[in-house]
Design a protein around this ligand. Structure first.
Ligand code: P6P
Length: 283
């Protein structure tokens, strides 16, 4: 597995360089979800695909930017599912963006995830890696080396509230849940980039990020394989929770299609339990 993490480190340096030096315009293509692709989306996907081609323990790649499965090595053990540049449109207003990786063995279902990782491209390039049974590890790129900064542990209760989705399309009970958190003094921290928004909650001790089912997106917006399950794995390893709108652990999801989405809530225990109460979920 270490070879996979080392490859992610190499990819992170190349994508960070591309963000800083390449054209931020739109390509003439769209991704498998029908979203217009930035040239950076295509370039980041290419960088990752090229980097993993020589990693013989990787059986296949599945990218958020493409349909289907790219078979690499017949005798490989792991499948790497990734979002090459999540929130890429934020790069052209100079906000942080990220890459997300889920490492699976066998069928692409949440319980087969062995590790996940994400990279934040911001004022610094930072990397978080989570493996089963260990606290997530936080690294920072310093002179082309990723140095270990610390393990990540969420407090039982935090102070940050990152409410995603279009507010006019929230359910009444979701709106009152979010409003109640603000009445308790939570601070709004939402950039529109899942990776930096969740990174901030993880590093600042806790809180909650929510992207609920809404009237325009009843199954949420964020993809199970590439975004939701990898972060749920990290939040659970950090002592928090990741659940859907029924209170089901996102690390138990069984995607029917590689691009399935899910309503998602990631946070410390206090906030997730408050969400379950607001959603009428028995605890
Ligand atoms: P909204 C970025 O496009 C993204 O996929 C995530 O990074 C982010 O959390 C979410 O969408 C933002 O969506 O609807 O709040 O703009």
């Amino acid at each position: 597995m270490q070879t996979i993490f080392d490859t992610i480190k190499k990819v992170a340096i190349k994508i960070d360089d591309a963000i800083k030096t390449e054209d931020l315009g739109y390509s003439d293509s769209s991704n498998s979800s029908g979203e217009d692709q930035l040239k950076l989306d295509v370039k980041s996907d290419y960088i990752i695909e090229e980097a993993f081609k020589d990693v013989t323990i990787v059986k296949a790649l599945v990218s958020e930017e493409k349909e289907g499965v790219l078979k690499l090595h017949e005798d490989g053990k792991y499948t790497v599912c990734y979002d090459p540049l999540d929130g890429s449109s934020l790069a052209d207003v100079n906000l942080s963006v990220g890459s997300i990786f889920g490492i699976y063995e066998g069928e692409l279902i949440a319980e087969n995830m062995l590790a996940s990782a994400y990279v934040v491209y911001g004022p610094r390039v930072e990397l978080v890696i989570a493996t089963k049974g260990k606290k997530p590890q936080h690294y920072r790129l310093q002179e082309d080396l990723f140095n270990l900064i610390s393990d990540i542990t969420l407090d039982e209760r935090g102070k940050l509230n990152a409410p995603g989705g279009t507010q006019q399309n929230w359910s009444d009970y979701h709106k009152s849940f979010i409003d109640d958190l603000f009445k308790e003094g939570y601070r709004l921290r939402y950039s529109g980039g899942m990776v930096p928004d969740l990174h901030q909650i993880l590093l600042k001790g806790g809180g909650i990020f929510s992207y609920p089912g809404t009237s325009d997106k009843p199954h949420g917006k964020l993809r199970q394989l590439f975004e939701v399950i990898p972060f749920a794995f990290i939040f659970e390893q950090a002592g928090g929770q990741g659940v859907n709108d029924k209170g089901v652990r996102l690390t138990e999801l069984i995607p029917e299609h590689p691009h399935d989405t899910s309503p998602c809530f990631f946070g410390s225990n206090y906030e997730i339990n408050a969400m379950k109460n607001a959603y009428g979920i028995k605890q």
